[in-house]
Design a binder for this molecule. Structure first.
Ligand code: XMP
Length: 512
């Protein structure tokens, strides 16, 4: 077993982010409920403890209080935000109740770097989000960092190796925050860096085997990054006990189904069931042109097809999903009461409960970039690991208005040309998404001496960090000309190519 850092969870939405930062430092950590006894932590051989932040006030009636004996274990403790207030309250300092939360950026001045701020600048921009604050240090502590609002922004007791930080070192907005955490792990706790992606995979494989035993697992494969990595990981753990179902809804891009069959069937030798339901989807979508209605039909049909396919596969105990931590956090209710401490294990975007399957979500603690690293280490190709996002309803929301087989065919050909050219220049990997949209508009063109009257294709290429906002990518004119030429020459039914130069907001990335 690797050395373990315990993260005691007091209900902060950032607890998993702390764990993620620890992984970034290649150290193993385990999240424990705040009620975990010091004895259990000792049994687990933890070499350091981090007290997370939390939504509560130390003055609240049901304030979450840990086992005080953890301060007698002889291991270093780092209290973050609520954690420092707890240290203040439990170790003999004083905490003042605040009427308003201090929220946002502040400047931290380090007066004495010590081991925690070794090799870091004396001034750092930090992120605050707290109500109460420490007004008197517990005996044995001294202040080593201040902010405008607090003379005790960072405190240390060098003798016992106890540290308290008022701000959040784990969040992205805190400058060099990960280095502060690394210093705690390596300089203070003396942790070895023995937790790499490979170790993570091995540990995960063992866990999956333990959970699943001899049972059968079903996974709905979409071809996207998350379900692909989940499939590869679970397959490594349990091989033929895993069955993957890939539903061809007739709204896939060119060659997509074949690529899935080749990779998972031929390469990984996964038990892959491809269900061709394209006719059913198209039949149900006939005559429907309203975007939300289309989405609903596609969603409902998917569930029905998937459910039916499960029946034909036979008994299974687990349904695996490629749920990531950012999906989980959206489903966790954060409120100022102790109930917020018990994270709800929602079936995120899952299938109806009547299927009576247990959920297996091996990626639920990971963030997207970590999932990509796991995928790459499992041997998934770049095309899968760095695949652009693709909406669940597929080309269904990229053929505007009513969907027909012919329109889909035209869009597929045009889109394949765009993707091919984007990959050739390497820009495909740099932008957020690049795709074509079929516009149900006819426009006049000339081919040779003949006048033709055919469809219009829009090219949509955007840059984004998180899809919440996006800007259209400034592609080189020569590349755009080449793409347009190829589409109008090679796809007979297209007479015109237009470029979408709208940002989000006010436009959305997809057209429907
Ligand atoms: P919009 O169009 O809202 O898209 O700016 C933001 C991101 O979400 C993707 N998207 C979807 N993904 N089901 C999905 O799974 C959907 O119905 C859906 N609609 C949009 C879109 O591709 C972009 O990355």
């Amino acid at each position: 077993m690797p050395q373990t850092i315990a993260v005691l969870d007091f209900g902060s939405q950032y607890t998993q982010v702390i764990a993620r930062r620890i992984r970034e430092c290649e150290v193993y950590s385990k999240i424990y409920h705040y009620t975990t006894s010091a004895e259990e932590l000792k049994r687990d051989g933890v070499i350091g403890i981090i007290l997370s932040g939390g939504p509560s006030s130390v003055f609240a009636k049901n304030a979450p209080i840990p086992d005080e004996k953890l301060f007698q274990l002889g291991v270093p403790v780092l209290g973050i935000c609520y954690g420092i207030q707890l240290m203040g309250r439990l170790l003999g300092g004083a905490v003042a109740k605040s009427t308003h939360r201090e929220y946002g950026h502040g400047t931290l001045s380090i007066t004495k770097p010590g081991r925690l701020f070794a090799k870091l600048p004396r001034k750092l921009r930090v992120w605050n989000s707290h109500g109460d604050k420490l007004t008197e240090m517990p005996p044995g502590f001294s202040a080593i960092g201040t902010t405008d609002n607090s003379p005790y922004a960072v405190i240390e007791d060098r003798k016992r190796d106890f540290y308290g930080i008022q701000f959040h070192p784990e969040v992205f907005h805190t400058e060099r925050g990960v280095d502060v955490i690394r210093n705690f792990l390596l300089n203070v706790c003396g942790a070895k860096q023995d937790w790499t992606t490979k170790d993570y995979i091995n540990h995960s494989v063992a866990e999956i085997r333990k959970i699943v035993g001899k049972s059968r697992v079903i996974l709905g494969l979409s071809g996207g990054v998350d379900s692909s990595v989940a499939a590869a990981l679970i397959h490594k753990a349990i091989g033929k006990q895993l069955t993957c179902v890939f539903v061809d809804n007739g709204l896939l891009r060119k060659g997509e189904r074949e690529a899935v069959e080749k990779l998972y069937g031929d390469h990984f030798h996964i038990d892959l069931r491809v269900v061709d339901a394209s006719k059913l989807f198209l039949r149900r979508l006939k005559g429907v042109d309203e975007p939300e209605q289309k989405r609903k039909i596609i969603g409902r049909t998917f569930v029905a097809v998937f459910e039916k396919s499960l029946k034909s596969i036979g008994h299974a105990d687990f349904l695996a999903q490629g749920t990531l931590y950012p999906d989980v956090i959206e489903s966790v209710a954060i409120a100022g009461n102790p109930a917020a401490l018990i994270k709800s294990h929602h079936n995120v975007g899952g299938l109806p409960e009547r299927m009576k399957l247990k959920l297996l979500e091996p990626l639920r603690e990971l963030f997207k970039d970590e999932v990509r690293a796991v995928g790459a280490a499992l041997g998934l190709p770049k095309e899968v690991v760095w695949r652009q996002p693709f909406p669940g309803p597929g080309l269904g929301v990229r053929v505007l208005g009513e969907i027909t087989k012919d329109k889909l065919e035209v869009l597929r050909e045009a889109d394949a040309i765009l993707v091919e050219e984007m990959k050739k220049t390497g820009l495909y990997w740099k932008v957020w998404q690049s795709f074509c949209v079929f516009l149900p508009v006819k426009s006049v063109g000339v081919v040779g001496d003949e006048r033709n009257y055919s469809w219009v294709i829009a090219v949509r290429v955007v840059e984004s960090i998180d899809a919440m906002t996006a800007d259209w990518a400034r592609l080189p004119y020569d590349l755009l000309q080449h793409i347009s030429n190829r589409i109008t020459n090679e796809v007979r039914e297209v007479s015109r190519v237009v470029l979408d130069i709208s940002s989000k907001p006010p436009a959305t990335i997809e057209w429907e």
